[in-house]
Design a protein around this ligand. Structure first.
Ligand SMILES: [Zn+2]
Length: 478
């Protein structure tokens, strides 16, 4: 293994910055940074920098900082332990004094989100150490905030050196500048990665390709030249088509369809599972089957797929109408929030109603409205409000509403238990260590409000102690 020296007089500036051994994750330099370095190399070094090199060195006490960037897609990413091992070997070879080793598993994307990193900054201020030894410059700075804090500490003269595998940064203008460039490069790459992924997905959609797992009835092409190509699943597609036909022409309900698939057709998904009722509804509402899809879901951007449709748009529309008809006639309308509130004007109870609206793509959207039932005042003018609006406002109220904490804790405990059983039993993961105290009760309540089932919402509402009144599209605690 070769190691570079860090003296200007032996090598060109460029070489002194680059590690000669590349068998471990080398910090890749972008073309811009490399050309900057080349520029620096051909530029006269300031006398001050030379003089500093010759000066008697300050004794540097290092903190070894190891972090794994969780979002890294690079194949040769080193584990925290192997980073530590490599750096300890380097420290021994170069006689570096390490006073502490710190590990962090968080990604550094959001400033201030790394507790261990923050600890290091504090301890440098307390002069516990004055150097950082870390794998690569990007470990220190994935965002502008962290980078600024580090350079500040150098400016103040309390952080003398940052050493990485193959590079060294001290309190000199050029080295700090380089550190900032390398740090900014890491941030740029990080930002670009997100943009590129999004752009790549959009480009595929525009080509009519579906960038996700194919829905039941289709298969993702195994041919690597045809990434994102979706082919008809010859075993399942005929049954999917028959499902639509049974709803459209035989007015078959979801429950009957479920029984037919399970008992008569012995239908199984690609994962060899029975098709659940909710899967049936998802399938019947999926425009993909007639050749059109929205990506991302709810994003409002529609594409015409390149895949072969299983059904016609006419059949799809007929199914939507039939399902609307069925829901309209259904006795089991479920509204989660009626019992929670009273009218703010007249004190009557609150009732809910649903309306259906046909969208341009043929989907039918169900809207739920809440309003005064006008039992006390038949001319009450408190108005109606949409369920989405109500949920948002309720979530906002969660911070001030009176909750039955004991009841809530029990529910969260049950939820964690269920989650644990799923993780351990089904996914085969190691047992999670979430404790009830870790879960913010009010955040849990918001989570249930926005994403829970009707049953979960009802259970949650039994834990609310405050009375909520509604008037003119606003709710408040009584
Ligand atoms: Zn009223």
């Amino acid at each position: 293994m070769h190691y570079t020296t860090f003296r200007y007089e032996n090598k060109g500036f460029l070489e002194s910055w680059l590690p000669t051994s590349y068998q471990l994750t080398p910090p890749r330099l972008s073309r811009e940074v490399a050309s900057f370095l080349r520029y620096m190399e051909t530029t006269q070094m300031p006398v001050g920098a030379m003089a500093r090199e010759i000066q008697a060195p300050i004794k540097v006490k290092y903190c070894l900082y190891a972090r794994k960037s969780t979002e890294s897609e690079e194949a040769q990413i080193l584990s925290i332990d192997s980073q530590i091992k490599e750096m300890l070997q380097m420290a021994e070879r170069d006689h570096l004094e390490i006073v502490e080793i710190k590990k962090e598993s968080h990604s550094a994307k959001e400033a201030g989100q790394r507790p261990v990193f923050n600890e290091i900054v504090e301890e440098i201020k307390k002069k516990k150490f004055n150097g950082i030894l870390t794998w690569a410059p990007d470990r220190i700075s994935r965002n502008a905030g962290d980078l600024g804090r580090i350079v500040d500490l150098m400016d103040q003269g309390i952080l003398h050196e940052i050493r990485t595998y193959g590079q060294k940064f001290t309190n000199s203008p050029n080295e700090k500048f380089l550190l900032m460039i390398l740090g900014s490069q890491a941030k740029l790459e990080n930002d670009n990665k997100v943009v590129n992924v999004k752009r790549g997905l959009r480009a595929r959609c525009e080509m009519g390709l579906w960038p996700c797992t194919a829905p039941t009835g289709y298969l993702n092409s195994k041919n690597t030249d045809k990434r994102c190509h979706v082919e008809i699943d010859p075993h399942r597609a005929p049954t999917i088509k028959k499902m639509f036909e049974k709803v459209a022409y035989e007015k078959c309900s979801g429950r009957r369809l479920h029984a037919w698939l399970k008992d008569e057709m012995k239908f199984k998904t690609k994962g060899d599972k029975v098709f659940s009722i909710s899967n049936i509804y998802i399938t019947l509402r999926n425009t993909f089957y007639y050749g059109s899809f929205e990506y991302p879901k709810g994003g409002g951007q529609w594409y015409t797929g390149k895949h072969t449709p299983i059904i016609t748009k006419e059949l799809f529309d007929k199914v939507q109408e039939q399902m609307m008809e069925y829901t309209r006639n259904s006795e089991h309308k479920e509204f989660a929030f009626t019992k929670l509130m009273t009218c703010g004007l007249c004190g009557s109870g609150i009732t809910a109603d649903e309306k259906f609206k046909k969208q341009n793509n043929g989907n039918i959207h169900r809207y739920v409205y809440y309003g005064c039932c006008r039992y006390q005042d038949k001319d009450c003018k408190s108005g109606y409000m949409r369920e989405e609006n109500l949920i948002e406002q309720l979530a906002g109220l969660m911070d001030e509403i009176d909750l039955d904490e004991i009841g809530m804790k029990q529910r969260i405990k049950d939820e964690i238990e269920r989650h644990k059983r799923f993780n351990v039993g089904i996914l085969g993961l190691k047992e999670a260590t979430v404790k009830v105290a870790d879960v913010d009760i009010r955040n849990y309540a918001k989570h249930v409000l926005r994403g829970g089932t009707i049953l979960e919402k009802r259970e949650l509402l039994t834990c609310l102690k405050s009375k909520v009144v509604m008037n003119n599209k606003q709710i408040r605690i009584a």
